[in-house]
Design a protein around this ligand. Structure first.
Ligand SMILES: C[S@@+](CC[C@H](N)C(=O)[O-])C[C@H]1O[C@@H](n2cnc3c(N)ncnc32)[C@H](O)[C@@H]1O
Length: 160
């Protein structure tokens, strides 16, 4: 598979996974957390799918497309460890978290995911969903939509 084809598969899995998750949380109270604003593509998708939800966004830098800049009060500009601790202390709880911090450096990405997984779990509403482009050790993995090949994207449910 070429890198272009691999890229297409990743984007398709992201869209299918986020569409599935945004429908799944319909009856669940809580905010939404986007980990990794980047260009703002997945943030834009989430806000289109979930117009009534507050979407918190964490990134250490702001380099989003001008049309995809979150409201100032919802953008947590800094390191994820600090920002997640701030959210937990404020008592904010998420019905859905999307983890997209990957750089393509697999060992580094895996280590970062493992370090952040318990901090993300601490801000989840009971039964909330975590959709991640990599494994989140210690979380309860569930099956995602049929359209997404197992292992391509990962789906977890927070403890009830
Ligand atoms: C792959 S990009 C996100 C792509 C984005 N979801 C999109 O659709 O355009 C990853 C982003 O995560 C941010 N990031 C990675 N690790 C981080 C950390 N530990 N704390 C804060 N931001 C981080 C990077 O600055 C980068 O902007």
């Amino acid at each position: 598979m070429s890198r272009l084809e691999s890229f297409r598969r990743r984007l398709t899995a992201q869209i299918d996974g986020l569409d599935w998750a945004t429908a799944e949380i319909a009856g669940l109270e809580g905010d939404v957390l986007e980990l990794g604003l980047g260009n703002g593509r997945t943030y834009d998708h989430l806000r289109e799918r979930l117009p009534g939800r507050r979407i918190w966004v964490i990134d250490r830098v702001m380099r989003a497309h001008p049309d995809c800049i979150p409201p100032e009060n919802d953008f947590l500009n800094g390191e994820a460890d600090d920002m997640l601790a701030r959210l937990a202390k404020a008592g904010v709880r998420m019905a859905l978290a999307h983890y997209d911090f990957g750089t393509g450096d697999h060992p580094a990405d895996a280590a970062e995911g493992a370090r952040l997984a318990p901090l993300i779990a601490a801000v989840m509403a009971p039964g909330g969903l975590i959709v991640a482009q990599q494994k989140m050790p210690g979380m309860h993995e569930i099956a995602g939509p049929d359209a997404v090949d197992p292992g391509r994207y990962h789906f977890y449910r927070a403890e009830s």
